[in-house]
Design a protein around this ligand. Structure first.
Ligand SMILES: Cc1ncc(COP(=O)(O)O)c(C=O)c1O
Length: 390
């Protein structure tokens, strides 16, 4: 019988050592973090329980199973054929990005990002002794687009050595098209800029869109990029520290591995490996049910805002459970937006400014059972009704 998952079940996660639930007081709905509130998939829990029963938790071998599981997932979900040895273990996507900066650039080099973008892209560059180069995305008719002229200008700077691409994009929700990826790839190749394609949200692409892994664009870009994946966002496994970097080019792979070793990050976690393998081998059914649930949540938010809070505009997402809300018409100073909703609505959002080029915007997670989302929307409505919006 086909497995089903009920995403509407509410769990009380307070007092469970959850980072998400420890930052704010108990009466606040924490919608600031990229983590779902859904229980993980049953095959993952079964695999973990069976591993617990072994009662032996020593150092983990570098078995081929990680690469085989990643290979299976990339082929079955995205039609991307990879060799198992291209997949290198890494604790997290964030760590992979840090190691990539160490492995592929020198202090003083420029690392290019497209803003607004996942806030850690900023901090990891700022903390690395490298320079941050910014290609600002342009909001045109409610959709974010790439400014290719500026992109080429940034890439042609001889100090630009690395680009961190976010595909699909957190927080603006774009699933980059084949044409956009092809143009970006051509420019990066022309200017000899290596690309890290952060594809942690790849599983969460809405029905009308298709995720294209960067290496699928051409053999040339495949040899000139690495892809970071992690079942964490999709299967609520962030605490497992079970990520992988896919690096087709052998020399680049070796350089990345050296960075892992130098950072003492090469050792694989017992349970993380079990979780990753179970997710990528047996989790397809879960994603097939999760994505429509998320998409329905996004639709609900869009309709609710249009009807009840028209001053808060949803940037139509194509992927992810992170919504990007244009709050500029609320008339609040940008730095007061998130604090206002925290105080008056008891809902925590990420302030858009922390993503760079995102002042006046808020990022809201909708990875929640629908009833929780509805509660948040009503609290937001109440809060906005207290504002003088004339
Ligand atoms: C684009 C992006 N990359 C990476 C991460 C973090 O992933 P990890 O926990 O594997 O470092 C997030 C989480 O928000 C993300 O949105």
């Amino acid at each position: 019988m086909a497995l089903t998952h009920n995403f509407s079940v509410q769990y009380d996660r307070r007092h469970t050592d959850s980072q998400m639930y420890s930052l704010y007081p108990e009466d606040v709905l924490p919608m600031h973090l990229a983590e779902t509130n859904f229980q993980t998939a049953q095959p993952i829990m079964d695999a973990l329980a069976s591993r617990v029963n072994q009662g032996m938790f020593g150092y983990v071998a570098e078995s081929a199973e990680l690469g085989l599981a990643v290979q299976h997932w990339m082929a079955s979900r995205f039609e991307l054929p990879i060799e198992p040895e291209w997949a290198q273990y890494s604790p997290s996507v964030g760590s992979s990005l840090v190691f990539a900066v160490q492995a592929f650039t020198q202090p003083g080099d420029r690392v290019l990002i497209q803003t607004p973008v996942y806030h850690a892209f900023h901090s990891l560059i700022d903390n690395s002794g490298r320079m941050k180069a910014e290609n600002k995305l342009i909001l045109r008719n409610g959709r974010y687009e790439i400014d290719f002229e500026d992109l080429e200008r940034q890439l042609s700077n001889p100090r630009t050595k690395l680009m961190l691409l976010c595909n699909p994009h957190n927080p603006v929700g774009r699933c980059w098209t084949k044409e956009e990826l092809t143009r970006m790839a051509e420019l990066c190749l022309r200017h000899h800029v290596f690309v890290v394609s952060d594809e942690v949200h790849a599983d969460l692409v809405y029905e009308a869109f298709t995720h294209i892994p960067l290496p699928a664009i051409s053999e040339e870009i495949a040899q000139h990029c690495m892809v970071t994946v992690n079942p964490s966002k999709t299967f609520n496994l962030a605490g497992m520290r079970s990520s992988a970097a896919i690096i087709p080019n052998e020399r680049r792979r070796e350089a990345f591995r050296v960075a892992l070793i130098n950072n003492k990050a090469i050792d694989r976690p017992v349970f993380g490996m079990v979780a990753l393998e179970a997710a990528y081998r047996h989790g397809g059914y879960y994603v097939d049910q999760l994505v429509p649930y998320i998409e329905e949540n996004a639709k609900l938010v869009g309709e609710f805002l249009r009807e009840h809070i028209p001053q808060l505009e949803l940037i139509q997402p194509e992927a992810t459970y992170l919504l990007w809300l244009d709050a500029r018409k609320l008339g609040l100073p940008p730095d007061q937006l998130a604090p206002y909703f925290l105080r008056e609505a008891k809902v925590a959002f990420r302030d858009g400014a922390s993503c760079g080029n995102g002042e006046g915007f808020l990022r809201m997670s909708i990875g929640f059972p629908r009833a929780v989302l509805e509660q948040a929307l009503h609290q937001m409505k109440q809060a906005v009704s207290k504002l003088d919006l004339n």
